[in-house]
Design a protein around this ligand. Structure first.
Ligand code: C2E
Ligand code: CA
Ligand code: CA
Length: 723
C-alpha cells in the first residue's frame, strides 16, 4: 500500500538533491580554480599576443618611417639645400633628429606598454587573491555541505530503516493503509485494501466515492457518523467495524482506524489509517452470538434473546405510550410425539412449528423458542384485541392442520397464554409470569385454545399457591383419606373389587376431589409420598377386610406419571408389600395411556416388573387417549377400563354403543378383562352385560365411599348389587 509519499518519493528526491549537490559542489570547486587559471593564462596569452603585435607594429612603423626618412629626407634636403657643407651639417642634425624623435617615441611606447603590463599584472594578482579567497570560502562551504550530507545520509538511512520496519510491521499485521487527502478533494488511496478485497489496482479509482460504494448499505450511516465525529474533533481517532464488498460480491468485515492531521487552525487537511480484515473474528463472534442467543434447532431467538427483546419492546412501548402483546405457546402432548415417534420426529415438529409461527407473525412481531416445546411471541401492537384475536385464531387454525412427517400423520395442538403490556404487568417478569398463568389456564380448560390473562387467573393462582402450601402439610395433618368405589362382576352382581380414590378433607373447604389437588401434588412431586401412603393404606385395608370380613377384594390403585417415573418406584412397592404382606395378586394398578406414551420404554419395563410380582395392570380411561391398537398389544395389560364418556350416553348414542361393543370385543380378543366406568343406570348395565362386559363401576352401584360407608354398603347388600 503506497500512500506515504515520504516513504518512496521523498527519499528519491533527497537522493537526487544530494547527488546533484555533490556534483554541483565539486564542479563549482574545480570551475573556480580553473577560472582563476584561465584568467591567468588568458592574461598571459593575451599579453603575449598583444605584445607581439605591438612590437611588430612598432618595428614596422619604425622600419617604414626609418626607410622613408632615409629614402626621402636626403632627396628633399638636396633639393632645398644646395650648399654641400650646409647640406652635410643639416644631414647630421637630421640624423640626430631622427634618433631623437624615434628615441622619444620608443620611450613613450615602451612606457605605455610597461604600464599596461604592470596594471594588468596588478589586476591579475588582485583577482588571483580574490579567487583564492572565494576558493577558501567555497572549500568551507563544501566542507559544511559534506557535513550536512553526512547527517542527511544518516537520517535517510534511519528513515529507511524505520520505513522498512513499518512496512514489515504492516505486512506482518496484514493491514492495509489508506490515505485521504481531504484538501485535494477526493483523493483516497487504498491500493492494499483493494488487493485485500480482490480488486485490481485500476479497477477502482483512488477516490473516496469508489471506497464508499463498497461499504455495506446497512453500515454506511454509522461509518459516516463515526468519521465526522472524528473530523469534528469529538473523538481522538476514527474507528469502526463495518462490512465492505469484495470483488466476488461477498462482504468482508474490516476494522477501519485512522487519524486526521490538522492545520494550525485545527482544520483537518489529511487523514490516514489502516484497514484490517476482521472477517474471521467477526464470524467467530457471530457464531458465539448465535450460540448464545439463538436456538440451534429452529434458528429462532432463544430464551435469553427473547428476554432481551421483550425488555427492549417494553422500554420502547413505555416511551411511545404503546402496547406490547406477549404470547406464550406450549405444544400439547409434545412429549408423546417425542416418545412414541422418536426425538428426530420431535425435532421436525419443532422446526415445522417455528416456520409456521414465523410465517403467521411475519413482521408483526418476533417469534422465539423459549423452552423445549414452548414458543414465545412478542407483538408490537396498539393492543387492539380484535387484531390480537385475529392472530391467535390464525394460530389456532394453523394448529388444527394434520402433520405429515415421514410415514406418520398426526395432530399437534397448542395452548396459548396472552398478556398485554402495560395492562397485565409493568415489567418483563410479571408479564411472563402472567403469560404462563394464562397458558396453564388454556391447558386446564382442555388445551388447544388460547386464554387472555385475567386478574381472576391471578387470584386463582394465588389460591393455588395457598393450596399447594396446605397440601404439603395435609399428610402429616391426617387430612388425606381414601374412598372406595365398588366394582361388580356383571355376570353375578357381586362386588369383586374396589377402586381406591383419594380425598382431601380440607379444614375449610370440606372434602376435595382428586381433580382439585392431584395436579398440584403431581407438579410439586408431593404425589410420590402421597402415592406411597395410598399404597400402604390400601394394603392395610385389604388385610383388615380380609381378616375381619373375609372379603377378598381386588384393590385398584391409581398411579400417576410422576410416581411411575420415580427412580425407586419399584423398590418402594417392594418395601410396602414386604411391610404389609399384601397379596400382590389382589393388587391392581390403574394407569392412563398418556402415562405410557410419555416414556414408553421405561414404563413398559417397569410394568413388566410389576407383573412379575403378580400385580395386575389396568388401562384407565380407555378410548380418550391415543388408543393405538398396535401399541396396546405391546403393553403388559390385564384390564381395560372403558372411559365413562362412552358409557355416559351409550343408551342414546348408537355410535357410542358401537364403540363400547368394539372395545369389549377387542379386549377379549387380547385376553383382557373389561371394566365399564361411570355406569349410572340399569339400562347401561343391561347393555354392558349383553355385550359381555366383565365388570362395572359407577354411581349405579355406588358412589366412592369412605371406609366405614363401604363396610356398611357391603354388609347391607351382602356384598352384592341388585341389577
Ligand atoms: P378415575 O381413575 O377415572 O376415577 C374415576 C372417577 O370417576 C372418580 O372421580 C369417581 O368418583 C368418578 N366416578 C365414578 N363413578 C362415576 C359415575 O357413575 N359417574 C360419574 N360422573 N363419575 C363417576 P374422582 O374420585 O374425583 O377421581 C378423579 C381422578 O383422580 C381419578 O379418575 C384418578 O385418575 C385420580 N385419582 C383418584 N385417586 C387417586 C390416587 O390415589 N392417586 C392418583 N394418582 N390419582 C388418583
Ligand atoms: Ca381410575
Ligand atoms: Ca377412569
Amino acid at each position: 500500500m503506497q500512500f506515504f509519499s515520504f516513504a518512496e518519493a521523498k527519499p528519491i528526491k533527497y537522493k537526487r538533491c544530494d547527488e546533484m549537490g555533490k556534483i554541483r559542489d565539486k564542479k563549482e570547486q574545480s570551475k573556480a580554480s580553473k577560472f582563476i587559471h584561465r584568467i591567468y593564462h588568458y592574461v598571459q596569452n593575451q599579453g603575449n599576443v598583444e605584445a607581439k603585435i605591438l612590437s611588430l607594429r612598432i618595428a614596422a612603423i619604425y622600419i617604414v618611417i626609418g626607410g622613408a626618412w632615409i629614402l626621402f629626407s636626403d632627396r628633399v634636403l638636396s633639393v632645398m639645400i644646395k650648399d654641400t657643407h650646409a647640406f652635410m651639417v643639416i644631414q647630421t642634425y637630421k640624423g640626430w633628429l631622427y634618433v631623437f624623435v624615434t628615441g622619444i617615441l620608443l620611450y613613450y611606447v615602451v612606457k605605455k606598454q610597461t604600464r599596461v603590463i604592470f596594471e594588468t599584472q596588478q589586476k591579475l594578482v588582485e583577482s588571483h587573491r580574490k579567487a583564492e579567497l572565494a576558493n577558501e570560502k567555497l572549500k568551507a562551504a563544501q566542507e559544511k555541505l559534506e557535513e550536512q550530507l553526512k547527517v542527511l545520509t544518516q537520517n535517510q538511512m534511519e528513515l529507511k530503516k524505520t520505513e522498512e520496519r513499518y512496512r514489515l510491521a504492516i505486512e506482518g499485521a496484514n493491514d492495509a493503509i489508506w490515505d485521504w487527502d481531504i484538501q485535494r478533494e477526493d483523493t483516497f488511496m487504498f491500493s492494499r485494501t483493494k488487493e485485500m478485497l480482490g480488486y485490481e489496482e485500476d479497477e477502482l479509482e483512488n477516490r473516496s466515492k469508489a471506497w464508499n460504494s463498497l461499504i455495506h448499505p446497512d453500515d454506511f450511516d454509522r461509518v459516516v457518523e463515526e468519521l465526522y465525529r472524528h473530523l469534528e474533533g469529538k473523538t481522538p481517532y476514527y474507528q469502526t467495524e463495518h462490512r465492505v464488498r469484495t470483488k466476488s460480491g461477498e462482504y468482508k468485515w474490516i476494522l477501519a482506524r485512522g487519524k486526521a492531521i490538522r492545520d494550525s487552525d485545527g482544520k483537518p487537511i489529511r487523514m490516514a489509517g489502516s484497514h484490517t480484515d476482521i472477517t474471521e473474528r467477526k464470524e467467530k463472534e457471530e457464531k458465539i452470538y448465535e450460540l448464545a442467543y439463538y436456538d440451534s434447532l429452529t434458528r429462532l431467538p432463544n430464551r435469553t434473546m427473547f428476554d432481551k427483546m421483550l425488555e427492549q419492546a417494553i422500554h420502547e412501548a413505555y416511551q411511545t405510550n404503546r402496547k406490547v402483546i406477549i404470547l406464550m405457546i406450549d405444544l400439547d402432548d409434545f412429549k408423546t410425539v417425542n416418545n412414541t415417534l422418536g426425538p428426530d420426529y420431535g425435532d421436525m415438529v419443532l422446526k415445522n412449528t417455528s416456520v409456521m409461527l414465523s410465517d403467521i407473525i411475519h413482521t408483526k412481531g418476533t417469534v422465539a423458542r423459549t423452552g423445549g416445546d414452548e414458543f414465545g411471541i412478542i407483538i408490537y401492537d396498539n393492543g387492539d384485541k380484535y387484531d390480537i384475536e385475529k392472530i391467535t385464531s390464525e394460530l389456532k387454525e394453523a394448529f388444527q392442520v394434520s402433520w405429515h412427517i415421514g410415514d406418520y400423520e398426526f395432530y399437534i395442538t397448542a395452548s396459548i397464554g396472552i398478556t398485554v403490556f402495560p395492562d397485565d404487568g409493568q415489567d418483563k417478569e410479571t408479564l411472563l409470569k402472567h403469560a404462563s398463568t394464562a397458558m396453564y389456564e388454556a391447558k386446564k380448560v382442555g388445551k388447544n385454545t388460547f386464554c387472555f390473562y385475567t386478574k381472576e387467573m391471578n387470584d386463582k393462582l394465588i389460591a393455588t399457591v395457598k393450596l399447594e402450601n396446605e397440601l404439603r402439610h395435609a399428610l402429616e395433618n391426617n387430612q388425606l383419606a381414601i374412598y372406595y368405589q365398588p366394582q361388580i362382576d356383571l355376570k353375578t352382581g357381586q362386588v369383586v373389587g374396589v377402586e381406591a380414590l383419594l380425598r382431601w378433607i380440607h379444614p375449610e373447604k370440606g372434602i376435595l376431589s382428586p381433580d382439585q389437588f392431584v395436579w398440584i401434588a403431581e407438579y410439586t412431586g408431593l404425589i410420590v409420598p402421597i402415592g406411597e401412603w395410598v399404597m400402604e393404606m390400601v394394603s392395610n385395608q385389604y388385610n383388615l377386610w380380609k381378616k375381619i370380613y373375609q372379603w377378598d377384594l381386588n384393590m385398584s390403585v391409581n398411579l400417576s406419571m410422576k410416581q411411575l417415573q420415580h427412580y425407586d418406584f419399584i423398590d418402594k412397592i417392594h418395601n410396602i408389600i414386604n411391610k404389609t404382606h399384601m397379596n400382590c395378586k389382589k393388587l391392581k394398578f390403574e394407569i392412563t395411556e398418556s402415562i405410557v406414551m410419555e416414556d414408553a420404554n421405561t414404563t413398559i419395563a417397569k410394568l413388566r416388573q410389576l407383573k412379575k410380582m403378580g400385580i395386575k395392570i389396568a388401562l384407565d380411561d380407555f378410548g380418550t387417549g391415543y388408543s393405538s391398537l398396535n401399541y396396546l398389544r405391546e403393553l403388559p395389560i390385564d384390564v381395560l377400563k372403558i372411559d365413562k364418556s362412552f358409557v355416559h350416553d351409550m343408551i342414546e348414542n348408537f355410535h357410542k354403543r358401537a364403540i363400547v361393543e368394539l372395545i369389549i370385543d377387542l379386549a377379549h380378543k387380547m385376553n383382557m378383562t373389561v371394566i365399564a366406568e361411570g355406569v349410572e343406570s340399569s339400562e347401561q348395565i343391561s347393555y354392558l352385560s349383553q355385550y359381555r362386559c366383565d365388570m362395572a363401576q359407577g354411581y349405579f352401584v355406588s358412589q366412592p365411599l369412605s371406609k366405614e360407608e363401604f363396610e356398611l354398603f357391603m354388609n347391607m347388600n351382602g356384598g352384592y348389587c341388585r341389577m
